[in-house]
Design a binder for this molecule. Sequence first.
Ligand code: C5P
Length: 401
Amino acid sequence: MKQLSNRQILLGVTGGIAAYKSAELIRRLKDRGADVRVVMTAAAMEFITPLTLQALSGNPVHTTLLDPEAEAGMGHIELARWADLILVAPASADFMARLANGRGDDLLTTLCLATAAPIALAPAMNQGMWRDAATQANIHTLTERGISLFGPAAGEQACGDIGPGRMLEAEELAALAANMFNHRLLDGIRLTITAGPTREAIDPVRYISNHSSGKMGYALAAAAADAGAIVTLISGPTNLACPERVTRIDVISAQNMFDATIATLGSCQLFIGCAAVADYRPTNAADQKIKKDNETMQIELVRNPDIVKTVANHEKRPITVGFAAETQDLIKYARGKLERKNLDLIIANDVSNTNIGFNASDNAVTAIWKEGETTIPQMGKNQLSTQLISLIANQFFAVKN
Ligand code: C5P
């Protein structure tokens, strides 16, 4: 079954007896992992109540264009941007006529005008209305513009007629919606990824840390979510916004990061250790601020647990990917780490070059696994992340699409 995990579907419901099937459709879309928001036209509300669809979708139902309260929440442009797909089911003859004419006379038509997302229509109407030349001309216009048509099916109709115009069943519509998305290389795969630096307390106001910005880990988390993965990002302190569709767990120290990571084992299939974890922490962090009474001071440090190594050797081990930041003999050291830590893949980058790696926007890496390696030249961390996610998906997860 093709999944819709992480996909945001805006379901438009227009006026027609098939609107009762929209309730079931919400269930089927959610079963496949989609987040569903419903927009109803005034006519749709004559057939089914917003309350029903709100309860099923778990989100407020949007019904009017010029509602200051709704605009203060998720306004119409925001909704248009939110959608990965607008699916109108049922799509009435009137709605399609308005859409074909570029009207923006209610919320749903306005959203269809404003969105950059693909639009799919599931027509539902009497067979005479479907066959009518005006409807057929509108459909021609709409499909010419790249709008997809799901159905209609032919058969017995609510009005007693037999012919084309019946809305497809909810399960068929959910499957067609899932087909609209490709590049779903990590569809439904649960990923835990660490990112950013850690801070190791010396006393309540001081800590040991490093220059990691977290950019690479965040970019990877975003690329994985875009590829359909269900992503938990365990992040040390950074200034970055959490990517959309990613669940972030904020941590401070290496020990916090270790605990949060281990808690996801058993339910994650892929782990990427991208954090710059402090190798050592003060053995005893002082309870009170340390006074500068002495000319010198010594802090005893103790090794932190190696998170990626622990994950890779755990009985509930997922596919485990690590990073190796090196300043010399990049490939040799990285390959050594791959073996020593029992990793499936290691991504090596040369941090002696200040244009790439730590804190920079660009990176260039060599991905190394047991039987091979591949080099990805310097590029932006977002683009690089997309390539790395494809590589991981192709290497370790069968592509079923
Ligand atoms: O051994 P080294 O620190 O160079 O290895 C880097 C890799 O190990 C990275 O993937 C990093 O996230 C991970 N690591 C870790 N826990 C540590 C130290 C490093 O997960 N305590």
